[in-house]
Structures are given as C-alpha cells and as structure tokens.
Design a protein around this ligand. Sequence first.
Ligand code: SAH
Length: 393
Amino acid sequence: MKTIRLHPGKERSLLRRHPWVFASSIAKGSADSGETVRVESHEGQFLAWAAFSPSSQIRLRVWSFDVAQRIDADFFAATLHAAIERRRALGLDLTACRLVHGESDGLPGCIIDRYADIVVLQAGSAGIERWKATLVGALRTLLPEVRLYERSDASVREREGLSPSAGWLHGEGSTQVEISENGLRLMVDVATGHKTGFYLDQRDARVRFAELVRSHGVQRVLNCFSYTGGFTLAALAGGAQQVVSVDSSAPALALAAQHVALNGFDPARTTFVDADVNATLRRLRNEGVQFDAIVLDPPKFASTPQQVERAAPAYKDINRLAFHLLPPGGWLFTFSCSGGVSGDLFQKIVSGAALDAGADAQIIARTGAGLDHPLTLHFPEGDYLKGLLLRRS
Ligand code: SAH
C-alpha cells in the first residue's frame, strides 16, 4: 500500500471529515490513477484511506477514515447497500431515484440514478473508474432485476484524466423508459438525455410548484430552461391555462410536447419556444407580456468558485428580466445549481436583480434537492442546488 504524506497542518480538513485533499497539500508520495493509498499527516499519523487522482487538482478522495477498514469488494457492496437502504427507509420511490450521490454517500465521484428498470452509473473520479467492475458486480447482486447503463461522459472526467465512456454494462434494448413523478408520466432516455437522463434533483421543487399553481389559481406560467417539461407538466397538473416553455434544445422541447399529450393535457394550453432564454425574456419584456409565475432553472453557470465572477452577472440578468415580466403578486421560482455559488450569494444576486428591475419581493420558501441527494454535515460542497420561491410585492 502506497503512502501519501501531507504538508504540516494540511491534515485539518481530513480531521473534520472533509473527503478531499488538494494537490497543494501533498508533501510526498504518488500512486497510479485510482489506486487506494494510505494518507498520513506530516507527523505520520493515519488520516484516511483514499483514491489517488494523478491529474486532478482534487488529488485524493477519501473512501474511509477508519484505519481498520479494508477497501475491497465487500466495502463497495456494503456502501452501496447502505445508500439504497437509507433511501428505502426514507420511503422514497426507488424507481425514479438517485441511489448514490457521490461524496454524500461515501463514494466520491460516483453517481447512480435509477429510472424504471435501468440503473445508470456515472464514474466521475479515477477511484470510481478503477472500481467500476466491482461496483457493477455489487449492483447486479443488490438489484438483480435491473439493466445497467454507463453515462461516464461528463466533463469532470477530463480533469481526472479519463476519457468518456458510455453504453450498456448489463442488459440491452431500448434506452428509453417511463418514470412516474407526482402522478405524472415522463419518458427518460438514458443514452441521450442530459446528465444521466433526467433532472431528478428538482422533483420536490416541481411538486411544490404544482401545489402553488393549484392553491393560488395561477393561470399564466413561463417555464425558462424547461428541458423535457418537468415544471411545465407540474403547472398543467396544477391547473394553469397558459404555459410557455423555453429551451435551446429542440429534442428536449419535442419530448416536453410529447409529455403534454402523454399526460392527457390539452396542447392548446402550451407553447414551446426553441430559443435562448435571455433573448426570449428581453423580447417578452419589450412586448409587455406578463406572467403570474415564472420558473428560472438555468444550467450550471459556475462549477468552481473561480467561475463565480462570470456567473453572477448571468444569473442577475435573467432574474432582472424575469422581474420585469411579473405583476405585483406574481411568483418567481428561481434556481442556481452552481456549486460555486452559495445560498447567501445567490440571494444577494437575486436581490440586486430585483432592485435593478424596481421590484421588491418576499422569500416564501428556500428549496434544495430532494432526500435522494443527501447532504452530509462535513461536505458543504454537496449543497449545490438552491431555490428561492419569491412573491413580488
Ligand atoms: N427545469 C428542468 C431542468 C433544466 S436543465 C427540469 O425540471 O427538468 C437546463 C436546461 O437549460 C437544459 O434543458 C438546456 O437545454 C437549457 N439551456 C441551457 N442554456 C440555455 C439557453 N441559453 N437558453 C435556453 N435554454 C438553455
């Protein structure tokens, strides 16, 4: 077993059970891509067992802080089992569910999502790549009834020095399956969909939005960055009469339109706009159009704290434009899924946007990802998705 020794004082974050060590903290030692190493303080005290990522700034990702823990097939089987059982115990619907949420489930860099009978694995770190066959074996034992598909094509792989990899790991056939969310039918294509196919992390927000539309009799909804229409369906289910969905992906919008029909809603209640959101918001403002509720769920504008400077004005711009389209009493459900943008900062940005638009608003709720995206106390980076439900005064 190779040993990695840290610079003096650099053991502090591991002692607080944070699972990452940056390259600059390492004094001595090296290993192969994904190899398990023993991590020691400068004084030689055991700190953790970790996976080595030679080409990433996040050089070490911790498997265990327990000196007695062996990192082997049993460890991965037990960790996977625990992740699935935690969700079962919370009463989550395991057929449309994130089963493993990386660091927060003790498997740094590992995403596992389930859609109906397909389980999708995304290996985003050298350590997970190295143990991939073991994880697949464990998944097949724990969930013998499912097919397994790999979507290790996220850009984070590049930073880990890994090339993209996608395709069937077990089973075959159509990559499109139907899932159910809040009583709504949705098609997910695990081969062509974004991320692993669908944005499971917004489930609770979509449920809340449907309730809001219903309880307040919201009629006109603008769903920006609609993807395959998750919030569109929620608005229709809540009784909205006019729902405009904007996205720059034509295939996503085509599927959104199919979803409207699949769920038996009248297509006349919907409009799909294949365009840039920013440009569309400007056009609608210039035309003087108003909506009773607007959803802004943009893609990640900043994945690292260094990119925040560029992301902040982009968030501000769309939120400012949205305020222009809301009458007093109108609702804005606005999100950031940028890990580098904290909840505090996001609120500041949206506050600045409201000021610029000459609007005031109250925070009715703060939302985050659902319980299948757990947050651990020691890993604040896991809290990437922030939502503000606002009502314009
Ligand atoms: N709200 C969705 C998820 C949104 S993901 C849900 O609940 O499922 C972000 C979406 O923004 C993607 O579908 C992507 O195609 C779209 N997108 C990214 N940049 C865009 C832009 N500039 N204008 C319009 N859509 C954009």
